[in-house]
Design a protein around this ligand. Structure first.
Ligand code: NAD
Ligand code: DAU
Length: 349
């Protein structure tokens, strides 16, 4: 019988790349993509694979426990890869409750359903929880987050993700549920929703709008190409040690201001515009409350134990990303119509 894998949040930015990775690489798996199609979910992200025979889309909300139980009973997944979440830090500052409901309660609903359907017979079963480096809090000018770094979340988003991580480990420790976790750094790439720094700046450059840099722009993030995150999830899902966590990152730190300047330079080159055209749009704006100074991942464990290495350099990844957005302006127009403008005006006015 085909193995069945339930991927939650598969219509979102990272989830769509994970779904594609599994659908195309594992014809012997039946992949079920469960997604509520919130503002961040978009089936356009999966147009190229939607007719594959080993792919099924189910619209559903992980906060609806009864629906989740019914789905688990219907599809009897052997594995779960859980990405569905409210994912944007700024939105969590405006509306923390939605983050508790989806990220914490939604995760617990999935854990309960997996535990119930697997009925303590865990042979060949696995619950892979996809998490973030933000659970570790903020670094100063030096140091890296390892898997042993103490959790110290600051934003409502990271507090909700930390809580969900704890629940996943608690189900392992208490009920023996087979689990793995990945904590990844900032992703970038095709299909990135333009509320996040890189796609927001690309969208604004294309529309001749200012590029809002929070505070002094010296905040630092560690960036990984989204397809390399999907490959890491594939590796850990199949080869990670039961009960373990793996940090995922590319040893690729950038201060926000330098990153945006690099982005401006590359976009100008690709559009054949004079040097410095896009950089003129850079505007320093009010800082994010509780803004974490620096994130940086030590990805030695996944490298040493599972042989993981990112497949592209940052220069290649950024170039591919800009090319994708330049060739997919209809996608950008589509996701920025409707409620996006209201969000943007409220956030940046
Ligand atoms: P995203 O916001 O682009 O996508 C989230 C997806 O989840 C959307 O398709 C949305 O429709 C779906 N969803 C939201 N609430 C749901 C609900 N209640 N029920 C079912 N589906 C729901 O997020 P992303 O950036 O792709 O992040 C995916 C996961 O990876 C999240 O768990 C996030 O915490 C984690 N993560 C993200 C990054 C990053 O840089 N974006 C880095 C590390 C970890
Ligand atoms: O580190 C992993 C996390 O990366 C994920 O868990 C989150 O889901 C994901 O959204 C991302 O969080 P960040 O807050 O780091 O990403 P964002 O793109 O929102 O911001 C990146 C940096 O850029 C951060 O320091 C804030 C800053 N920023 C962001 C926006 C949207 C700006 O200066 N201006 C902006 O308009």
């Amino acid at each position: 019988m085909k193995k069945s894998i339930l991927i939650t949040g598969g219509a979102g930015f990272i989830g769509s790349h994970v779904v594609r990775e599994f659908v195309t690489k594992y014809p012997a798996y039946q992949i079920i993509n469960l997604d509520a199609l919130t503002y961040a979910g978009n089936l356009e992200n999966l147009k190229d694979i939607e007719n594959r025979s080993n792919y099924t889309f189910v619209k559903g909300d992980i906060t609806d426990a009864a629906h989740i139980f019914a789905l688990f009973n219907e599809y009897k997944p052997d594995g779960v890869i859980h990405l569905a979440a409210e994912s944007h830090v700024d939105r969590s500052i405006t509306d923390p409750s939605a983050f508790v409901t989806t990220n914490v309660i939604g995760t617990v609903n999935l854990l309960n359903a997996a535990k119930e359907i697997w009925k303590d017979n865990y042979q060949g079963k696995r619950f892979h929880h996809v998490s973030t480096d933000e659970v570790y809090g903020a670094l100063g000018d030096t140091g890296l987050f390892t898997e042993d770094t103490k959790y110290d979340p600051h934003s409502p988003y990271s507090a909700s993700k930390a809580s969900s991580d704890h629940f996943v480990r608690a189900y392992h420790d208490t009920y023996g549920l087979p689990i793995v976790l990945t904590n990844c750094s900032n992703n970038y790439g095709p299909n990135h929703f333009p509320e996040k720094l890189i796609p927001l700046c690309i969208h604004n450059i294309l529309n001749n709008k200012s590029l809002p840099i929070y505070g002094d722009g010296k905040y630092t993030r560690d960036w990984l190409f989204v397809i390399d995150h999907a490959k890491a999830i594939n590796l850990v899902f199949h080869k990670g040690k039961n009960g373990d966590s793996y940090n995922v990152g590319g040893f690729n730190e950038w201060q926000n201001i330098d990153l945006v300047k690099e982005l401006c330079k590359q976009v100008d080159e690709k559009l054949g515009r004079p040097k410095g055209t896009s950089a003129k749009l850079i505007t320093f704006v009010k800082d994010r409350p509780g803004h974490d100074l620096r994130y940086a991942i030590d990805a030695s464990k996944i490298n040493k134990e599972l042989g993981y290495k990112p497949s592209v350099t940052f220069e290649e990844g950024l170039s591919k990303t800009i090319d994708w957005f330049l060739s997919n302006q209809a996608w950008l127009d589509n996701v920025t119509s409707g409620d996006y403008q209201k969000y943007y005006d409220k956030q940046y006015s």
